[in-house]
Design a protein around this ligand. Structure first.
Ligand code: NAG
Ligand code: NAG
Length: 214
């Protein structure tokens, strides 16, 4: 009786080892490229607020992050994010809208995709991509050959197609990084600084998602 028992025991153990061997081979999966420390991207975003062309200026060394959102046949909304958690959202037209938000975390780290689960390869927008997922947050598509992001999709339906991606490009125009005076006037006058309707809630949600998950 002894030997068959031992055999069964070993056999059972060996079936337990199979998954761990499978896991080991997983560690050779590709990992998402960290974001370049400075880049300019143009994207097309689709969300409940409609379509928009978004200019992204990511500047990690200077800890600032700018989005210029051009809504289809609509207004242009600027979003300047600082690493201290302050974001300014404003228009530069006669409406002079400005909203300031404070987030508990700063801007996205270049390695914010670290730890994402590899989902395999898929075609997106005609490009063969490696795909990763952060559960309940984002699916991220990166071109297999160039390692440039092609597309990402938030779990709440926000999608963004990357149209251009210029590594090392910096927004040198200081004026583009300066929130307009009326953002601060409102505070000085002791008025209500937030115009709640001036940013679509989707925008803020997107921002919070991006910032909240590191
Ligand atoms: C934008 O998203 C909506 C909802 O998912 C979809 O119906 C629409 O076709 C999309 N628009 C474009 C241009 O992809
Ligand atoms: C964060 O930095 C920006 C830019 O320097 C500044 O305008 C803002 O007041 C700062 N926010 C806080 C809470 O200190």
């Amino acid at each position: 009786m002894y030997f068959p028992m031992k055999f069964i025991f070993l056999f059972t153990l060996s079936t337990f080892f199979v998954p761990s061997i499978a896991l080991k081979s997983d560690s050779t999966n590709p990992i998402p490229s960290p974001w370049p420390h400075q880049f300019h991207a143009t994207t097309i975003m689709n969300y409940t607020g409609g379509l928009r062309k978004v200019d992204i200026w990511y500047d990690w060394p200077n800890k600032k992050y700018l989005h210029i959102n051009q809504y289809q046949l609509g207004k242009t909304l600027y979003d300047i994010e600082w690493d201290n958690g302050t974001s300014f959202y404003f228009t530069l037209d006669s409406t002079q809208e400005c909203t300031i938000r404070h987030f508990p975390v700063g801007i996205l780290r270049p390695n914010w995709l670290e730890g994402a689960n590899y989902m395999g390869q898929r075609y997106k927008d005609g490009f063969l991509c490696n795909v990763w997922e952060k559960v309940d947050f984002i699916q991220y598509y990166e071109d297999v050959v160039t390692k440039i992001p092609v597309y990402w999709e938030f779990y709440d339906g926000l999608t963004e197609h990357i149209m251009t991606f210029e590594v090392g490009k910096v927004q040198e125009d200081c004026n583009k990084w300066q929130a307009p005076a009326y953002c601060f006037k409102e505070i000085e006058k002791g008025k209500k600084p937030l115009q709640e309707n001036s940013i679509p809630s989707s925008w803020e949600v997107h921002d919070r998602r991006f910032r909240g998950d590191k």
